[in-house]
Design a binder for this molecule. Structure first.
Ligand code: NAP
Ligand code: GDD
Length: 337
């Protein structure tokens, strides 16, 4: 039986990965940071809360990291913890880099000292491509991050490569494009949309307030992506891989897919901050634009080329963006029944 340690086990990906590893027969340990109201809701939703061993863990706390790595005899370490909300990173640039950049170095250096044979996964991101230098983006595409979050993640990405090259550690970095699920945080645009539309479908009256409707994202399903993380750590040689669907979709079209799943028929009108969407069937206003959701610098287009993961890991995503929007919208609708 293998043992894995997952940081960020209370998050979206942490929960799906914990479920995958429990099903594969792993002994799963996870790190949970101290907050006023500890929350294992996602692990409970996936039915694995009782199957995981929880440890107090914070990526900003070096001695805490040291003790956890000393005490848990782990074969694999998945570093999924992070300040993951891009929009917040302009307000929290120092904290974001402490967690998303320095936190990675703290873990790698402790593993190097205590358990250098442990296989390590770093949660890198398509946000590192930012102002994209190539379409589609792949492992070799030049990075140009556009947010403090993206900048911090670039450090995490390169320090992972560096520990692999410097110390021969089995350290891999997954450059994951956006992936969502019914367990996605409510501030991310997909879940914000599906929750708001589900409330409207239940008789609510509040339109969802959104920012840039023209941004394009390559959206997949978290459950598919954690399988790719695991496959990376099963390779003889550590490496970096893009995980993506190779389809890009505007925010506007994601709204259309979610609306469609809930039986709405949207009419779009106006441009820029005056743009709106109204449901032809109910006459209700569904989308309004609010300038406060625009970002100081935007990532306008993401579309990934996951050929390397397909060829070397045998990984392919199973859920497309329409199915994803439908899955999330129906889940939010059913939860309100
Ligand atoms: P998420 O739902 O926001 O989960 C983040 C997790 O990190 C939560 O468990 C959170 O704990 C924990 N955390 C935050 N700060 C911490 C700290 N200082 N010390 C220890 N734990 C801390 O994010 P996700 O969507 O699952 O993403 C997982 C990772 O992949 C993140 O690093 C993210 O940046 C990266 N990523 C995500 C995507 C995506 O589209 N989902 C794409 C590429 C990369 P709490 O529960 O206490 O908040
Ligand atoms: N959150 C949010 N809220 N985003 C909005 C809104 C809104 O009201 N209106 C428009 N958007 C646009 C954002 O400007 C962005 O272009 C896009 O929707 C997606 O925003 P998010 O869902 O917040 O995700 P993200 O792409 O910034 O970041 C996610 O994906 C990254 C991978 O590319 C996060 O999961 C990151 O942690 C991850 O690294």
């Amino acid at each position: 039986m293998k043992t894995a340690f997952i940081t960020g086990i209370t998050g979206q990906d942490g929960a799906y990965l914990a479920k995958l590893l429990v099903e594969k027969g792993y002994k799963v340990h996870g790190g949970v940071r101290r907050i006023s109201h500890p929350e294992l809701g996602r692990l409970e939703a996936l039915g694995v809360a009782k199957d995981v061993h929880i440890h107090d863990f914070d990526l900003t706390e070096p001695n805490n990291i040291y003790r956890v790595i000393r005490d848990v005899a782990m074969d694999e370490f998945y570093n999924l913890a992070g300040q993951s909300f891009v929009g917040a990173s302009w307000e929290l640039p120092i904290y974001t880099s402490d967690v998303d950049a320095m936190g990675v170095a703290r873990v790698l250096d402790t593993l190097r000292t205590l358990r250098p044979e442990t296989r390590f996964y770093q949660a890198s991101t398509s946000e590192m491509f930012g102002l994209v230098q190539e379409v589609p983006q792949r492992e070799t595409t030049q990075l140009h991050p556009r947010s403090p979050y993206g900048v911090a993640k670039v450090y995490g990405h390169f320090i992972t490569m560096n520990y692999r090259e410097s110390f021969g550690m089995h350290a891999s970095s997954g450059i994951l494009f956006n992936h969502e699920s019914p367990l996605r945080g409510k501030e991310f645009v997909t879940r914000k949309i599906t929750l708001a539309l589900a409330k409207l479908a239940h008789g609510g009256v509040d339109a969802v307030q959104l920012g840039n409707m023209d941004a394009r994202r390559d959206w997949g399903f978290s459950g598919d992506y954690v399988e790719g993380m695991w496959r990376m750590l099963q390779q003889d040689v550590a490496d970096d891989y893009v995980l993506a669907t190779n389809t890009t979709t505007t925010i506007r079209d994601f709204v259309n897919y979610a609306a469609d799943a809930l039986g709405m028929d949207l009419a779009w009108d106006g441009e820029g901050v005056a743009e709106t969407a109204t449901d032809r069937k109910s006459g209700k206003r569904v989308v309004e634009i609010n300038e406060k959701f625009f970002r100081p610098a935007e990532v306008e287009l993401l579309i990934g080329d996951a050929r390397k993961a397909r060829e070397k890991l045998g990984w392919t995503p199973k859920v497309d963006v329409r199915e994803l929007a439908q899955m999330m919208a129906k889940s939010d609708f059913d939860a309100l029944l």
